[in-house]
Write a protein that binds this ligand. Structure first.
Ligand code: BDR
Ligand code: CA
Length: 318
């Protein structure tokens, strides 16, 4: 099994992304690290420990606390994911003592232990990954791949007109990450808005009985949030899709190019500007823009040929 770290801000869709990752049977989860985002950092850490317990990995997979403060700002979408960040759920605490090693140090340590092999999936603000890169720039070249849920390349944002929440919440962190040379795949709203979960899927989870009760309650809460805030009767599978893409890029249609994160203007803060390579693999932009192209990555631009919505629900029910 391939070594992986999941860095997230649980978060309703973060929570089911963990469950999905475990359900695929494809990964050896070396650490589960938390970051502030959907709820303040202490709360997401508590949620992460609780999720480790209820999903049966308590003691096997260490849960590490992330950076308490974002590099650029400290605002949270506490209202979107409910009172605890997991709807109204307060989970039983993990049965093992708290880890003392902070998340960025864990990323650095594991990238050395599994050099060239380690996949990192980030489904919250990129604070931990950026903090680790600032402390040890060599991390960028030891990680096999970073797949992050965040950004909007060609579509509008979801927290401002142009910015997606994870990038907006710590735009400086995202800028550090995409400029570091780390091999990355950005899974943003362009693709996540296309793979959705609906009431039919929820009915299947609810019918599955005791093992799926918590998941069903969380997905019901997430559906409600999208209905209340956006008037949509299905919800996007943002964070699970990033986990899916880490194993199989065909869940999305991706292109190669550079992502530039706008950090300067309050109006456009967190906008991920996608600079596509032309057919010859070159960039043809005016000099001032060219100066900001650094490292190419893969960027999901729409859903792909393989059906992620089906894979998600099937995997949870397996
Ligand atoms: C992202 O923001 C959070 O609310 C979700 O967990 C997801 O990671 C979507 O913009
Ligand atoms: Ca998230």
């Amino acid at each position: 099994l391939a070594p992986i770290v999941l860095d997230s801000d649980p978060g309703l869709d973060d929570a089911v992304a963990l469950q999905y990752l475990l359900g695929t049977g494809l990964w050896d989860l070396k650490a589960y690290t938390s970051v502030g985002g959907n709820a303040p950092a202490e709360q997401t850490f508590r949620n992460a420990r609780g999720l480790a317990r209820v999903f049966g990995i308590d003691g096997d997979v260490p849960v590490h606390r992330g950076s308490g403060r974002h590099i650029s700002r400290t605002e949270y979408a506490v209202d979107f994911h409910g009172r605890t960040g997991l709807g109204e759920e307060t989970l039983p605490d993990s049965t093992v003592p708290e880890q003392t090693e902070p998340a960025p140090a864990v990323l650095i340590r594991l990238s050395k232990r599994y050099e060239g092999e380690l996949t990192v999936v980030a489904t919250g603000p990129l604070t931990n990954v950026a903090t680790a890169l600032l402390a040890d720039p060599g991390l960028a070249h030891r990680v096999r791949k970073l797949v992050f849920m965040g950004g909007a390349a060609l579509v509008p944002g979801n927290v401002t007109a142009v910015a997606e929440f994870n990038i907006w919440a710590d735009a400086d962190a995202a800028d550090i990450v995409v400029s570091s040379g780390i091999p990355y795949t950005m899974v943003g709203l362009d693709a996540t808005h296309g793979w959705r979960f609906g009431h039919g899927d929820l009915a299947r989870l609810e019918a599955a009985g005791p093992g799926q009760e918590l998941t069903a309650r969380m997905m019901r809460a997430y559906l409600k949030t999208y209905e209340r805030n956006k008037g949509e009767d299905t919800c996007p599978l943002h964070d699970p899709l990033a986990v899916g893409v880490a194993a199989d890029e065909s869940f999305v249609s991706a292109a190669t190019g550079t992502v530039v994160v706008e950090c300067a203007s309050e109006l456009t803060r967190g906008k991920t500007v996608f600079l596509a390579e032309d057919k010859a693999g070159q960039y043809t932009y005016p000099p001032a823009v060219m100066a900001r192209t650094r490292h190419s990555g893969r960027v999901a631009l729409s859903t792909g040929p393989r059906d992620f919505s089906a894979d998600f629900t099937e995997t949870l029910l397996r």
